[in-house]
Design a protein around this ligand. Structure first.
Ligand code: GLC
Length: 418
């Protein structure tokens, strides 16, 4: 790997004798989406591998409690309102607003710098676009590595090219959560050798086929034998909830006893995202689905929820960067209907379940695939079993943590033997 440098293994630290190298993770939000859940799992796994992980997150929220529950040190810092609403994703923020947002973010840059010095960070590991941007402004001590964990398929536009240009100059590694994201970064001009595709890992002991089952049917007053189809994703337009609702209406026409559930909340308050739940509830009413589709809100019992679903739907209308929920669902041996593209194709590569992958945005195709899974449960179960085996072989948390420690080592940061 390019850029091998003098290691920090054994670097005498101000804390006295050799101690575990500190990794300061930077999270742009304190809510819990796939990106944040993946970050928490990684941080905890690195803690077990001899590193000292800590998370600095912008704002306060469920991520803070969850980190504490997992014994990962976490420090929330308050961002300005303007910076919170600045977005590269929802309704994109214009150049002038972006500049203003950045100006308002200078105190955050200082806070990151202080946190890095306090824990004597060996690595700054940023988990989202906003903290990527802030991280390049932080004055780092010599030898402190900067890693960006890129979990978005960045559009091929000038702002994103600029972002990647900054990475070329300032970052030591770009971790992409799928090969699709890695390819996109290269197309955006990332220099060779900087980009590393490292798929997410999930906890294969939590996400298991057998175990407690959430009583969703009881919660919504549906009979225990009700077939249940669910979409588990934070509420954002590109996750395809509207397409799911349209598909639910089509499936409901042939399977009137089937019920549908949306699990997730609005977690990003950026323009174009905020207010989405209200719009979705209105659409549910317009489609006449108030009695058959339920909103379950934000939930922490995702394995239990997955085990309660007969079919798990992934409906993203943009190519999915990775698709963590698919790996979780497969680990629980659930049949999944998904939308092709991005990381989804990599997860489903070679699996029978890929037959239930459709074009994003096509409600009729989505409905047909859901019906295949509902009508032929034996075949769907066979595919699901195969899915669990693939996930166990390729997407375990231990494997993910090993890939990351190898990458850190190549950057000169290694945990001390214990
Ligand atoms: C982001 C991506 C999603 C991925 C998650 C974890 O939320 O949109 O596809 O699963 O990060 O890497």
């Amino acid at each position: 790997m390019a850029g091998l440098r003098a290691g920090v293994r054994g670097r005498p630290r101000r804390g006295g004798p050799l101690s575990a190298p500190a990794v300061l993770f930077l999270s742009p939000v304190a809510r819990l989406g796939g990106a944040e859940l993946s970050l928490l799992d990684l941080a905890a796994a690195l803690g077990r591998a001899g590193f000292a992980p800590r998370i600095l997150c912008l704002g306060d929220g469920p991520l803070v409690d969850e980190a504490r529950r997992m014994n990962v040190t976490v420090e929330p810092v308050a961002p300005s309102r303007l910076f919170t609403r600045t977005s590269l994703r929802g309704a994109r923020t214009g150049g002038a607003m972006l500049a203003l947002g950045l100006l308002g973010a200078l105190p955050l840059v200082a806070a990151i710098g202080r946190a890095a010095r306090r824990c004597d960070a060996a690595v700054l590991h940023s988990n989202g676009n906003k903290t990527h941007l802030l991280s390049v402004l932080v004055r780092r001590r010599p030898g402190v590595r900067l890693v960006w964990h890129v979990r978005d398929l960045l559009p091929e536009r000038a702002v994103e090219r600029g972002l990647v240009g900054l990475a070329n100059r300032r970052a030591d590694a770009l971790v992409a959560n799928s090969r699709a994201v890695a390819d996109r970064l290269r197309r955006l001009g990332a220099r060779p050798g900087l980009v590393h595709a490292v798929p997410n890992g999930i906890d294969l002991e939590r996400f298991t086929p057998r175990g407690a089952v959430a009583d969703l049917r009881g919660e919504f007053g549906w009979p225990a034998a009700t077939r249940l189809v669910g979409l588990v994703a934070h509420l954002a337009p590109w996750k395809g909830h509207a397409v799911f609702l349209r598909a639910a209406r089509l499936v409901g026409a042939h399977h009137p006893e089937t019920r549908f559930v949306l699990v997730g909340a609005e977690i990003y308050q950026t323009r174009g995202h905020a207010g989405f739940e209200r719009r979705l509830r209105a659409l549910r009413g317009e489609l006449g689905l108030d009695a058959t589709v339920a909103f379950a809100g934000e939930r922490r019992d995702v394995p239990e929820i997955l085990r309660a679903l007969d079919v798990v739907v992934h409906a993203s209308t943009d190519p999915e960067p990775f698709g963590r929920i698919l790996v979780e669902a497969l680990a629980c041996e659930r049949p999944i209907v998904s939308c092709r593209g991005g990381g989804v194709d990599e997860i489903l590569e070679g699996l029978g379940m890929a037959a239930l992958s459709v074009e994003g945005g096509d409600a009729a195709a989505l409905a047909r695939a859901v019906e295949v899974a509902l009508d032929d449960p034996a075949r769907a179960a066979g595919w699901a079993l195969e899915g669990r085996l693939r996930v166990a072989a390729l997407f375990g948390l231990a494997q993910h943590a090993r890939a990351m420690t190898r990458l850190y080592a190549a950057l000169g940061v290694s945990a001390h033997e214990r």
